[in-house]
Structures are given as C-alpha cells and as structure tokens.
Design a protein. Sequence first.
Length: 153
Amino acid sequence: MLRNNGRAIRLGLGPQRLFNWWCLVDQRISMWTSLIGPASAIWAAVFISPYALVLYAIIVIGVRMLYLLLLSIEGHRLSLWDIPMVLYTQWVGSAVKVDTLFHLHRQKWDARRRAGEVGGAGEPLLNRLVPKLQIALSGGLMVLFVAMLMGVA
C-alpha cells in the first residue's frame, strides 16, 4: 500500500473511478489522523484552554462508543477492555504505518528471507535493537495505560 499508493493517487481520476481514488487518498490520510488528534488536543490544552482536552476526550469516547455499538450490532460481546484496546490498536497501527512510510528500504518481501536470517551478523547493532525496543516500549506503555485505568498505584 505504501509503495504504490502515491503513484496511484498521482494517476488521478482518468484510469480509476472516484471511489477508488478516494480510498487511496483515505489510506494516506488515515494513518496521520489517529496521531495528530491527541497531539492537537494537548497543544490546544496548553495554549488555548485546558477544556480542550475534555472536549477531545468527549469526542473520542463518543466516536469510539458509536464504533463499539456497531460492533455489538454485528454480534461482538462488549467489555470494559474494548475502548482502551480500540485506542491502542489505532495509535499503534498508525505509528507502524508512519514508521514504515519513512523506512520503506527496510521492507523485505522475498520468499527467501527466513526467520533465522533476520538481524544477521552484517546488520548494525542499532538496527537490530530498535525494533525490539519499540515493541518493549509499546508493551510497557500499554501496561501503564491499563494500570492507570484500573487505578493501580
């Protein structure tokens, strides 16, 4: 998606219909909206009014509740974990897409690459450690987030 999306958008509406073109544009925009929203709310709280965070929280919770309502209509059993998990998957998914967009050179799609070849001896130490640190930080932040929601001291 990230490699060919820009080229497909630049083709314009000639070879493709409006809906297909808009789906491609939406793929490019949607990876940023989950990350820009909280950053904008924090910026507005600092420079405009602290109530901006309250308003943002109300909007986010309302939209997520609507999303969960649609899931429940489809048969999903709701629990208290659903809202934090929806937020977490959206934020982490967006962060992964943005990171991949700026590091397409790291992507390997050949069938010859096996699990044992990842992080070989020729690869610099920092390149091997950064993905592991990202996963560890993401997991740690999720545990902290859930602990804060549960009221663990």
